[in-house]
Write a protein that binds this ligand. Sequence first.
Ligand SMILES: [Ca+2]
Ligand SMILES: [Ca+2]
Ligand SMILES: [Ca+2]
Length: 213
Amino acid sequence: MNKLYKSGFTLVEMAIVLVILGLLISAFLIPLAAQLEQSRNAEVRRDLLEIKEALLGFAVINGRLPCPDTDGNGTDDGCANTNATSTSGGNVPWATLDTKQLDPWGRRYQYQVNNAFSTTFLLTTTGSGAGLIRVCTTSACSGTEASNVPLVIFSTGQNGAVIPPAGLDEQENVDGDKDFVSHDFATGGFDDIVVWISTNVLMNRMVSVGKLP
Ligand SMILES: [Ca+2]
Ligand SMILES: [Ca+2]
Ligand SMILES: [Ca+2]
């Protein structure tokens, strides 16, 4: 064995070093990916909070909630059905509200409004019939987070809208009706972030600024 060979690494030593390097890199990479997702989810929460405040501001100024954007330019396009027992859905009207258009995954924030509130409303206004927006804990709506709210806004999350059967709960959020699902993230499935404004919060804001009664 010559002197040069003895001072270098054997193949076994090289393999061990590579394995250790691989372990170290993967140990750092996984938390980094998780951290990135965590910060994106926090960004969605901040954006939705700002959109909620902008919706409350719009209601204070106009005495009603805006209709969704349905043609993709961000402006309120009017509600297709102004019947109080119906809802209208589409994009958050970000240009009308001057809020963020896209979630961190490049998809538009979504909005569904109870049409009893998209025309001038009173303290006694409430949802009824097919205009009664519910936020459920399952797609079958066996439990509810909220059973009668003026609006919901949401992001479809990193995975967008997952196709059933894996995404039954996700499907419920994009089927255009009055029912929505909100619960913790489920691996490989549900990751939508859904928030809403309760009628009490909306009325409280209207009364506190003297817009109602
Ligand atoms: Ca529009
Ligand atoms: Ca999703
Ligand atoms: Ca639905």
